[in-house]
Design a protein around this ligand. Structure first.
Ligand code: NAD
Ligand code: UDP
Length: 332
């Protein structure tokens, strides 16, 4: 399949492009490089043996996107978005314009070009504070605590409505839990700008000696050790989930919603200790106040993805930490 991949130079996009190439598909990457570097394409080529076609373009640029789309595609996987929660609170219009406005511009181009299979990067954040665990896809979407989260809830709704108006469309909403790790080659991974906000990239920088200690946000949650619990998923497993969704649902009219996680929760301290094993050092930390907007625990029911997509994760927390540490050492 020839697949238009927006945001294909980013963290999850680059791993998915590798998986698409390895599965024999033909991904074409569009990225404005606002949060990625051009050299990612060369490194993808080193891993997969061939480089994808690349266009430096913004998804909001309808003319350029229209001429790229005119070359013909079987499907679009849409990763391009801004994703920094704190920045979204400070710059809400930027986030609504780039993420929601960008998605609408892209959808207009796809409708005009008759590209009818669409795979969307959604997030477990759409569940808000879940009232039961594990989270299933039929639970109602919740209330976001920041503009970034609202963009995901809004974009899901826009996609359901666009599919309703274009009943031949196949829309897959993939709700990622907590993607971490890196490609085992050490050639591609996450490249956060400035001080990381997310747990594993932060732990990686403490392990590397670039940050002094981890602040553990809350030690009094109703969890096994009092720290927050999340469903961490290896980015290569997540990438393979996109290929499975695409293979299953290309041309399959309807809206298809999946949780992509491992189905298992890990606490902040479990992640920290697993990382200590991976890097062979002890990682300093202190328990501080809870972070505003955080939920105590969140993990996925992955029954639907396993049974319908025939996909399940194969990499555990130890693999996630080992691959993150290999990438961290390479980027120092
Ligand atoms: P990323 O920042 O590494 O990748 C996003 C890519 O999109 C970047 O390469 C960026 O340059 C590009 N981009 C942004 N705006 C663009 C625009 N207007 N036009 C063209 N390109 C643009 O982020 P990621 O972690 O790979 O996330 C990919 C997708 O997955 C995003 O939609 C994100 O919201 C979603 N997601 C991520 C996580 C996570 O924890 N990383 C969790 C849930 C959902
Ligand atoms: N966390 C932490 N210290 C940090 C960053 C995160 O204790 O410096 C905790 C956070 O409170 C949550 C978990 O680690 O319980 C995962 O946080 P992350 O920001 O990676 O993901 P999200 O909160 O979006 O699920």
């Amino acid at each position: 399949m020839r697949v238009l991949v927006t945001g294909g130079s980013g963290f999850i996009g680059s791993h998915t492009v590798v998986s698409l190439l390895e599965a024999g598909h033909d991904p074409v990457v569009v990225d404005n490089l606002s949060n990625a570097s051009r050299s990612v394409l060369t490194r993808i080529g080193e891993i997969a043996g061939r480089q994808p076609e690349f266009h430096e373009a913004d998804i909001r640029d309808r003319d350029t996107m229209g001429s790229i789309a005119a070359s013909g595609f079987d499907a679009c996987i849409h990763f391009a978005a801004l994703k920094a929660v704190a920045e979204s609170v400070e710059e809400p219009m930027l986030y609504y314009d780039n993420n929601v406005g960008g998605t609408i511009a892209l959808l207009e181009v796809l409708v005009a070009s008759d590209i009818t299979t669409f795979v969307f990067s959604s997030s477990a954040t759409v569940y808000g504070d879940p009232n039961k665990l594990p989270v299933t896809e039929d639970m109602p979407t919740g209330v976001a605590t920041n503009p970034y989260g609202w963009t995901k809830i809004m974009m899901e709704q826009i996609l359901r409505d666009v599919q309703g108006a274009n009943p031949d469309w196949s829309v897959s909403l993939l709700r990622y839990f907590n993607p971490v790790g890196a490609h085992p080659s050490g050639l591609i991974g996450e490249e956060p700008r400035g001080t990381p906000n997310n747990l594993m990239p932060y732990v990686a920088k403490v392990a590397a000696g670039e940050l002094a200690r981890l602040s553990v946000f809350g030690g009094d949650y109703p969890t096994s050790d009092g720290t927050g619990v999340r469903d961490y998923i290896h980015v290569v497993d997540l990438a393979e989930g996109h290929v499975a969704a695409l293979n299953t649902h290309v041309g399959d009219a309807g809206v298809h919603t999946y949780n992509l996680g491992t189905g298992k929760g890990s606490s902040v301290l479990e992640v920290l200790h697993s990382y200590e094993n991976a890097c062979g050092k002890s990682i300093p930390y202190e328990v501080v106040e809870r972070r505003a907007g955080d939920v105590a625990a969140n993990w996925a029911d992955v029954t639907r993805a396993e049974s319908v997509l025939g996909w399940k994760t194969t990499r555990d927390l130890a693999d996630m930490c080992a691959d993150s540490w290999r990438w961290q050492q390479r980027t120092r």
